[in-house]
Write a protein that binds this ligand. Structure first.
Ligand code: HEM
Ligand SMILES: *[C@@H]1O[C@H](CO)[C@@H](O)[C@H](O)[C@H]1NC(C)=O
Ligand SMILES: *[C@@H]1O[C@H](CO)[C@@H](O)[C@H](O)[C@H]1NC(C)=O
Ligand SMILES: *[C@@H]1O[C@H](CO)[C@@H](O)[C@H](O)[C@H]1NC(C)=O
Length: 373
């Protein structure tokens, strides 16, 4: 092994020159931002797409959107929904997209509700993407630029732990164990056992409530760094409802997802043959059933297993505006503490768009961590 740390200046210059347009800027130092941003092509983000005009059911695994196997370099990640949209060409097949493309694809391909899609897609761009180029990768840590590229890796994309991606997923392991993004067969088999036990062989909201509780208990008992607060506290439950609401064929809409179909989406990023999208816009309907099966309060392990401690500062389901506020004030601001110039402008634009995805029924007030323009 060569010792790359002997060449910091050269190495730094090489990283900047090769900085991919979709690599995340989140968490970079001011020095890195100042060198990298001038090398990037700026793209003004268009406003988020509005709801579908026609949200009726239709065949979405159609001739215009055939499933294709991955090509070298194509990126997939922890979200079976986005992986599937990319593998059917609703998103660019390489797995790199703008938030507007993600919103359109999620609505068109799955009937994901407009507001939820906006919040997720602009949230992803802000914490895992590049606000200057308007691109985010739906997975991978940004591939390093060559055999001589040193650690630390430039990270980015939806695989990044602790920004959007989090612990106690259904079919992906906790980041602490080394792989938070690939389909895990062992976990899927546990999910199948629970579906047999509680769902008559199918995945439904009852199974979701039981299995998510098991995943949380397992993480408390084995992952010293287990964390379940704010945005992740909400999404850990939210993501259990999406298979029920969006991955069941829209002609059936009975909330019972067959395990073969579930495996197609989760493992192979593939819609079943002849798949029809959901019957009207949907997102997290039924989430209360999942939580109420076994309520767990937000919290974390304190550096050792079985030390789960309630965090009273975390958002929960009774304080959904704090989920939005903490995401902006803590997560986004933590990653971009002091942006200036065009970066600040791009962040503010995307924060405006993010707020358009906050359910207006909640009556939240927009927060402005970087002032108003
Ligand atoms: C619109 C933008 C979307 C974004 C930015 C997004 C992002 C993510 C991310 C970051 C995760 C990982 C969370 C974790 O650590 O478990 C995730 C999980 C998940 N997403 Fe998405 N998602 C989107 C849309 C969708 C759609 C449309 C569906 C379904 C059709 C979907 C279904 C799921 C499911 C089921 C999981 C949990 C996977 C598991 O626990 O094994 N998502 N998503
Ligand atoms: C899958 O998850 C199991 C159970 O947590 C774990 O023991 C195993 O190492 C994981 N497999 C891979 C390939 O990450
Ligand atoms: C899940 O399936 C089981 C077995 O068929 C059934 O008893 C239960 O009511 C279902 N739950 C939901 C929410 O559909
Ligand atoms: C978020 O930050 C803004 C601006 O710094 C501040 O006015 C607001 O009170 C903060 N909100 C929360 C919930 O921290």
């Amino acid at each position: 092994m060569r010792n790359f740390y002997l060449l910091p200046t050269l190495v730094f210059a090489a990283r900047v020159a090769a900085f991919p347009a979709y690599a995340s800027l989140a968490g970079l130092s001011e020095q890195e931002l100042d060198s990298i941003i001038p090398t990037l092509k700026t793209r003004e983000p268009p406003p988020p797409p509005g709801p579908l005009e026609d949200s009726s059911i239709k065949l979405v695994n159609d001739e215009a959107h055939p499933w294709e196997a991955l090509r070298p370099g194509d990126i997939r990640g922890p979200c079976p929904g986005l992986n599937t949209l990319a593998s059917h060409g609703y998103l660019p097949r390489n797995g790199v997209a703008t938030p507007a493309q993600i919103v359109t694809a999620a609505m068109e391909g799955f009937n994901f509700a407009n507001g939820a899609a906006i919040f997720a897609a602009y949230g992803a761009l802000l914490v895992d993407g590049n606000p200057i180029t308007d691109l985010v990768s739906i997975g991978g840590k940004t591939p390093l630029t060559g055999p001589d590229t040193p650690p630390p890796a430039i990270v980015g994309g939806l695989n990044t732990h602790g920004t959007f991606e989090g612990d106690a997923s259904l079919t992906r392991g906790d980041a602490f164990f080394g792989n938070n993004h690939d389909f895990n067969e062992t976990l899927f088999e546990q999910l199948a056992d629970f579906s047999n036990q509680f769902g008559g062989g199918k995945y439904n909201l009852t199974v979701a409530g039981e299995f998510k509780f098991k995943r949380i208990q397992d993480s408390i008992a084995t992952n010293p760094e287990f964390s379940l607060v704010n945005h992740r506290y909400i999404t850990v439950y939210g993501e259990t409802t999406l298979p029920v609401n969006l991955l069941v064929d829209g002609r059936r809409s009975d909330g019972q997802l067959g395990l073969d179909d579930m495996r197609e989406f989760f493992q192979f990023s593939r819609m079943p043959d002849g798949f029809f999208r959901a019957n009207g816009p949907k997102s997290n309907e039924g989430i209360d059933i999942v939580i109420q099966a076994h309520p767990v309060r937000p919290g974390r392990n304190l550096g050792k297993v079985n030390s789960y401690t309630f965090d009273p500062t975390s958002a929960d389901f009774s304080t959904l505006c704090s989920r939005y506020e903490n995401f902006v004030n803590q997560t986004v601001k933590g990653l971009y503490p002091n942006p200036t110039g065009q970066l600040r402008k791009a962040l503010n634009r995307n924060l405006d768009y993010l707020f358009q995805g906050v359910d207006s029924a909640l009556g939240c007030t927009q927060v402005f961590p970087y002032g108003r323009d």
